[in-house]
Design a protein around this ligand. Sequence first.
Ligand SMILES: [Zn+2]
Length: 408
Amino acid sequence: MQDTKLFETILGLQAPWHIARVELKTDEKRVDLWLEHEPSRWPCPDCDTELPGFDHAEERAWRHLDTCQFQTHVHAAIPRVQCSTHGVKQVRVPWAEPRSRFTLLMERLVIDLILQCSTVKGACAIVGLSWDEAWGIMQRAVARGQARKEARPIAYLGVDEKAFRKGHRYHTVVCDLERSTVEFVAEERKTESLAGYYRQLTDVQQAAVQVVAMDMWEPYIGATHAGLPNGGEKIVFDRFHIMRDMTKAVDTVRKQEHREFLGAGGSPLTGTKYVWLFSDENRPEYHAKTFATLQALNLKVGRAWAIKEALRTLWTYRQLAAVKRFFTRWYGWAVRSRLEPVKRVAATLKRHLDGVLRFVKHPITNGIAEGLNSKIMSIKRKAGGFRNPSNFTTAIYFHCGGLDLYPR
Ligand SMILES: [Zn+2]
């Protein structure tokens, strides 16, 4: 078999295209292939009208999959046609998408590698691409996936905010709680961040939303009231966000108490931050002794922790009357605790009680929201920080968007 035939088979080339020349540079571990075509008619890329070749664009190159560890580059001059409607246009070629510098197979491989490595850097190291080249493939993949995406109805939405960088601004992330996909990302957490998502839904999609699970965050509440039919009745302040607020309150109590102790000479709370983050049933064994010792001291943080733990019972009720009775008792305990951070969360819960108790009507599992949350956090961690907020957005869509990313 001639070497041109071998490469035509590898590339899956068909008439009128063929390989005219192969150049092998053994010392550089590189193969260059030049593609040419027989005289042919070509469809206009915009209207598919068959036209004769008009001229050729300048020769360009595409990076292809390595051949036996030789970097492989494909070269060709793309024919142009002159369409009476669309003017002079480059025709489509079977090995690459318009404007890409990579063959279809190469793009597919890079997409798979980034998905597997979770980082662009990892993929770059394997195939020998620059960060910008791999990032370009990723952006094109997301754009392609979004263009193909259909406007399907989503019944259960979750809205969350994610810090782009520690101490930096937040992203708003809207997810589909049944399919476990990120549907929308905005680079703020304002009313407009969520309103922008609702606005681009069709009327049918807006009406299909039954639940929006979210934090007790006024801008999101406002956006949902205004952006969905009967929006106010669809809001559920879910357990994931409420317990996160309570855990933060416990941590604030710990910090304050720790400072008071330090002012008086020494603190039993030094190095105990993580001890207070666990519930009884999932506290690691190595924290057990410290926790028992601390609880015996009757500390403020111990009380805060107990109030937080008690609140978890709320989501075990199935009857509205029973859950209301429970909340009234819990609320009384929390507001008499003389622990300001705890009282603040309790007051917020009471102010938003309808939305808190709506879980009885719309039980939603928090597993998906938590799973997506940790996936996004791990993307961020592995990337070691993104250069800018929109790169973070692209990475979230790429890894969590459930998009059809591949060229075809
Ligand atoms: Zn045309």
